[in-house]
Design a binder for this molecule. Sequence first.
Ligand SMILES: *[C@@H]1O[C@H](CO)[C@@H](O)[C@H](O)[C@H]1NC(C)=O
Ligand SMILES: *[C@@H]1O[C@H](CO)[C@@H](O)[C@H](O)[C@H]1NC(C)=O
Length: 416
Amino acid sequence: MLILDVLSPLLLLSILLPGYGCRAADIPEDTTSEFSVRLYQRLQAAGGQDNIIFSPLSVAVALGMVELGARGASLEEIRQAVGFSHLLPGVEFSLLQNLTAALLDDDSHYVIRFANSLFLQEGVTFNPEFLHLMKKYFRADVETVDFSKSSAVAEQINKWVENHTDSKIRALLSADDFSSVTRLTLVNAVYFRGSWKNQFRPENTRTFSFSRDDGSEVQTLMMYQQGDFYYGEFSDGSQEAGGVYQVLEMPYEGEDMSMMIVLPRQEVPLASLEPIIKAPLLEEWANNVKRQKVEVYLPRFKVEQKIDLKDTLQELGIKNIFTNNADLSAMTDVEDLYIGKAVQKAYLEVTEEGAEGAVGSGMIALTRTLVLYPQVMADHPFFFIIRNRRTGSILFMGRVMTPEIIDPNDHDFDSM
Ligand SMILES: *[C@@H]1O[C@H](CO)[C@@H](O)[C@H](O)[C@H]1NC(C)=O
Ligand SMILES: *[C@@H]1O[C@H](CO)[C@@H](O)[C@H](O)[C@H]1NC(C)=O
């Protein structure tokens, strides 16, 4: 039996406001979380009962690369939609550079691979200033291909992506993504591998039933541990018991990065929680979870998704760059350049694994009669983000509607 601490919406609001401005001066603050949430809501509207995974930061970086080459309405739409319009013109590039650097800095604790590139038709000459700035801010090269040979192009780009994501992202594009009129393709892929600060012990993993929102049940491998995490209980503002949900923040080694899991109560479908997710709410969760001992049941999962950014971005107001009226004249003097294709593929795998053999609590999750600590039982769909705790950058955002499904006859774990 969980005892829930329900905060009133008014109290939540007042806690929220002082949250800003307490960062050290040299740490950049991500201003794109509104954009991230709007992207999520778009994908959610189109996603039915599917898992979702995408990288908001990586989309912002890719758009920054385009913005470097854009002028006029093409440029303004990006600034507006991504959340840069309060910055002086051009400052966003430095911001993106700093946000990316803040992630890549920490070499030993986790692996992040960004693969961002523009692929341009051979024979088109770039503005040298554009190339210089691409290197300076994004450490990105512009690659050239011959789009008229569509299978060869697909293969070349896919190889490039594979090579930049430890082979985790393959077959990003196919021949029919290109045509003879394609001039420019924006490629964006990201790969992350982190080790939990408190790792799960594989011997505590059990077969467990996971209830999907459509009422069906699947068997999954449920990891378990009891450990110190950041935890809080929040209310969606309604007075009903079902309006209370849990937020668990689990740091990765080094504590710069963490995964935040947002779990409605068992009887409440995730779809009823999703509409309340807004940028200030992310901040509120981060500022109000408290360090304490928690019992965590989390399924192993692997999520992968390819998103047509062209459709999604157009819905968020970034339209001009995809039309004949695009102004990418800072990139090259070729007048009629526009973005024909923009895709993102993201992949995330969550397992017990830690980089070191950490000593766990040694408690095995078989008895549920005596619960001393709050219990987060992710045996039904949940929302998650992986963020940088210093800058607020969101590396991944998504949801798990179906975890890794196993055939219970096919392995040697004891069933609970
Ligand atoms: C990025 O970092 C550099 C060096 O620390 C700093 O001079 C610059 O103001 C930062 N840019 C932004 C937008 O925060
Ligand atoms: C893959 O990466 C390696 C090392 O960075 C590089 O030498 C090689 O040329 C790359 N191959 C492709 C196809 O990009």
